[in-house]
Design a protein around this ligand. Structure first.
Ligand SMILES: O=C(O)[C@H](O)[C@@H](O)[C@H](O)[C@H](O)COP(=O)(O)O
Length: 228
């Protein structure tokens, strides 16, 4: 029997498609019972194949509100913009009918723009149907960074959003809080590679959320989507 080389990138592609099917099924399920469904996705580099696969899924996208778990406070034309990433790869194909709510506005800083965005995000259908989280090598998720002066607030506040600064990233950020992101029916963690596998294993081995903020999402159901 001929066997083909099954590379790590193939595994990541299969993972992305599998996650897209699970997220689409969750949205279809919730849209049976409710007028609109909220989907919260993360930015960064990992999600691109997932965004592309999800954009091809058939569902009533016009009734889906999409937003970001966090955003860099940069213009949409910036290579660092998660808004640009989502508009390019997710709000396309079948999903072009979805309503995307950027997590950034014209204010000069996230501190100045957060209250307006907070009011806008409060209008979405909560609890969100799905939150898809990423994770950095330091165990951050969304923009809840271990070295951020705003981390404690982000873990404790019942506000939806917070402005974030962190020495480990160059851009000012805005992020949903841990409580806002926890207020969802389903949570998925999409990570790849051995470094993140070991970080997630470390997260299981302790409970100091400030050391590894991903732990804030490990006291409830969390579907792990990992590939080498
Ligand atoms: O704006 C962001 O960067 C993300 O929301 C962030 O939380 C991301 O999920 C992790 O940093 C992993 O990023 P990669 O997928 O690029 O490793």
């Amino acid at each position: 029997m001929k066997t083909t080389d099954y590379t790590a990138s193939d595994a990541r592609e299969v993972l992305a498609c599998s996650l897209a099917e699970a997220v689409a099924a969750a949205l279809r399920e919730d849209l049976v019972e409710q007028a609109r469904a909220t989907l919260i996705v993360s930015g960064g580099s990992t999600p691109v194949p997932f965004f592309k696969a999800l954009s091809r899924q058939h569902l009533d996208w016009a009734r889906v509100d999409v937003t970001l778990a966090d955003e860099r406070w940069v213009g949409e034309d910036s290579q660092d913009s998660n808004t640009r990433l989502v508009k390019q790869h997710l709000i396309a194909q079948e999903a072009s009918a979805a309503v995307f709510h950027p997590l950034v506005n014209q204010a000069d800083s996230p501190e100045e723009g957060v209250s307006t965005l907070e009011a806008q995000m409060a209008q979405l259908s909560w609890p969100a149907s799905v939150v898809v989280l990423g994770m950095g090598g330091d165990g951050h998720t969304a923009s809840l960074f271990p070295d951020s002066p705003q981390l404690a607030y982000g873990l404790e506040t019942d506000k939806l959003l917070l402005a974030v600064r962190s020495p480990s990233v160059p851009q000012a950020r805005i992020s949903f809080s841990a409580s806002a992101l926890s207020n969802a029916r389903r949570h998925f963690l999409h990570v790849t590679g051995d470094e993140k596998r070991s970080v997630f294993a470390d997260a299981f081995g302790g409970n100091d959320v400030k050391a590894l903020p991903i732990r804030a999402f490990m006291s409830q159901a969390l579907s792990l989507y990992w590939a080498p």
